[in-house]
Write a protein that binds this ligand. Structure first.
Ligand SMILES: Nc1ncnc2c1ncn2[C@@H]1O[C@H](COP(=O)(O)OP(=O)(O)O)[C@@H](O)[C@H]1O
Ligand SMILES: [Mg+2]
Length: 305
């Protein structure tokens, strides 16, 4: 069950993907070791395009449990990750994949996760999606504590709330695009029409094609249609463009942006494709298992801009 304060739950905790840099600063308290540098002091604050407010955050942010006038109107935090660490033990060797991560994912936002290989991006995404569990710390999905859920509860959580898209499309080769999507809609409670899901990803005219008859980008769009057809609250995408060239990858990212705009699905996506940065609400950078930067777009661009 939820263990935060009632005011946190009502206001969706501190921080907002739609807030400006100054608002952002008022919402975080820092412990003695932390430094937060507002956007206007940074020469590189424009990295994610035009009106982006960039914050460089050294060490980790601690979320202050206060209610300000601004965050009365904050969107709801779908996920709250608090001081999460993950240690993989391989024989005598310990791998610290995550080291005290604090992060929220807000309803309806599109968040991009960046970072070098091995920085912990997939580990974090897998923990959000209930595919893995942290060694310490807490993860909440709405008012559910994922960190105290058992395997059966995690399975139910994934089935009801989460859509996944991975680098490799994992389509069934002997089924058409429509049949691949229908596999999911047949077992979902209130799914989309599979043909509508394929329409949304721009494949309305490819419904009867088999995966081998589709390009890599088209197969990935079928995989996205499959993931969104059950109308998940959250879509978690781990390098969906990893096997695609830049412009094909951009088409796939445009589809994710469209899903975010039209279905209001909350999306977290790991990608190295810079095309999405200006279209995301926030760009989060990880390094050595920590969140080291949170850059926030004041103005979110639409696909094609
Ligand atoms: N299942 C696992 N067993 C052992 N080590 C793992 C496992 N998954 C990830 N790691 C290690 O954790 C670190 C973070 O990995 P990962 O989250 O996959 O990084 P990224 O997605 O940013 O490339 C890496 O050093 C990786 O080798
Ligand atoms: Mg990874």
């Amino acid at each position: 069950m939820w263990r935060g304060t009632e005011s946190d739950r009502r206001t969706g905790k501190a921080g907002s993907p739609h807030a400006g840099a100054s608002q952002f600063c008022t919402r975080y308290s820092l412990d003695q070791r932390d430094t937060i540098i507002p956007a206007h002091n940074e020469a590189v604050w424009n990295m994610v395009g035009g009106g982006c407010c960039r914050l460089r955050v050294e060490r980790r942010l601690k979320i202050e449990e206060i209610v300000t006038e601004e965050n009365q109107n904050s969107p709801e935090a779908v996920f709250q990750v608090r001081d999460v660490s993950k240690i993989y033990r391989m024989g005598d060797v310990e791998v610290h994949a995550l080291r005290g991560v604090d992060l929220s994912l807000y309803a309806g936002e599109l968040m991009v996760l960046l970072g070098a290989s091995g920085s912990g991006k997939s580990t974090l995404l897998n923990i959000l999606g209930g595919l893995d569990v942290p060694t310490s710390g807490e993860v909440h999905y709405a008012d559910h504590a994922l960190t105290s859920a058992n395997e059966e509860e995690l399975t139910q959580f994934r089935r009801e709330h989460v859509g996944f898209v991975f680098q490799f499309y994992n389509l069934i080769p002997s089924l058409t695009a429509l049949e691949n999507v229908s596999l999911v809609t047949e077992i979902a409670d209130d799914p989309m029409d599979p043909a509508d899901a394929l329409d949304l990803v721009g494949l309305g005219d490819r419904t009867n094609h088999f995966p081998a008859q589709l390009s890599g980008g088209e197969q990935q769009r079928v995989a996205i249609a499959r993931a969104i057809a059950k109308k998940p609250d959250v879509l978690l995408c781990d390098e969906p463009t990893g096997a695609l060239d830049y412009s094909t990858g951009k088409l796939v990212l445009d589809v994710l942006v469209r899903v975010n705009h039209e279905l209001h699905t909350t999306i977290a996506v790991i990608t190295h494709n810079a095309a999405i940065a200006g279209m995301a609400d926030r760009v989060v950078r990880m390094s050595s298992g920590q969140v080291v930067e949170v850059a926030q777009n004041a103005r979110k661009l639409s696909p094609g801009n």
